[in-house]
Design a binder for this molecule. Structure first.
Ligand SMILES: [Zn+2]
Ligand SMILES: [Zn+2]
Ligand SMILES: [Zn+2]
Length: 236
């Protein structure tokens, strides 16, 4: 049996797992005319699935494999949509071809290139890869609240996480926004930072809401940062 056919089944099984409905009947619906008992038998033999009557169970190995196929498919869709500007209806065939060709290392490179997207253009979750977890760890350790930056250090604003509109307006008014360079001038008795030629006194609370990073580390942090370059508000 062609590997591609088995992959298509594994992909379909992942969709069913997502809708919490792993049954032979649903699988038959989904793959329709291509349904083939022989493939089910092979998947069982390869210990990718186990059958319990009409219920199908993905083995841990089967889950990993299905997850990788779906990850590949959805990243390929992102690539086609974001980089090649393809429309949703044009891309279905393309994405399904890609997933059988791409090697795992290339998948992670594409994921990194695209900034580790969390959803495909249809809004479905892209299963995480090793690259996504690594990127998140690097980014979170490199980004700190302004309150933790020592006096004299020059840092770059990454994002501002506040639910207060007036604070955002105040910061914007002083030109402090994602991408701005700021320097901590003093921390007590009050927190004063320097932005360009202006010194600005900040309430202590705000300094916990401005997240910054050291610009020297920018290279190491790489692409994923782009996704944080916006105001974030809590509670949304
Ligand atoms: Zn596919
Ligand atoms: Zn999709
Ligand atoms: Zn990734």
């Amino acid at each position: 049996m062609e590997k591609k056919a088995l992959d298509e089944y594994m992909e379909a099984l992942w969709y069913l797992a997502e809708e919490n409905n792993l049954s032979l009947e649903r699988l038959q619906d989904l793959v329709d005319v291509t349904f083939n008992d022989d493939i089910i038998r092979q998947l069982t033999e390869q210990q990718l699935i186990q059958l319990h009557g009409d219920k199908i169970e993905l083995t841990p190995q089967g889950r990993d494999q299905a997850k990788q196929i779906v990850r590949c498919h959805r990243l390929a869709e992102r690539l086609l949509a974001d980089v090649l500007g393809m429309q949703l209806k044009e891309m279905e065939q393309g994405a399904c071809e890609f997933e059988h060709i791409l090697a795992a290392e290339i998948v992670d490179s594409i994921c990194t290139l695209l900034g580790h997207p969390s959803e495909c253009p249809h809004g479905l979750k892209i299963p995480e890869g090793k690259c996504c977890r690594q990127a998140r760890e690097t980014v979170t350790s490199a980004i700190v609240p302004l309150s933790r930056v020592p006096v004299g250090e020059r840092v770059k604003v990454c994002y501002i996480n506040t639910k207060s509109n007036s604070r955002i307006h105040k910061l914007c008014h002083f030109g402090i926004m994602p991408g701005s360079y700021i320097k901590v001038h003093q921390k007590s008795p009050s927190f004063v930072l320097q932005h360009e030629n202006t010194q600005i006194a900040l309430e202590q609370d705000i300094t916990n809401e401005i997240f910054v990073f050291y610009p020297e580390e920018k290279k190491e942090v790489g692409l994923p940062l782009r996704r944080h370059w916006r105001f974030r508000r809590r509670g949304y």
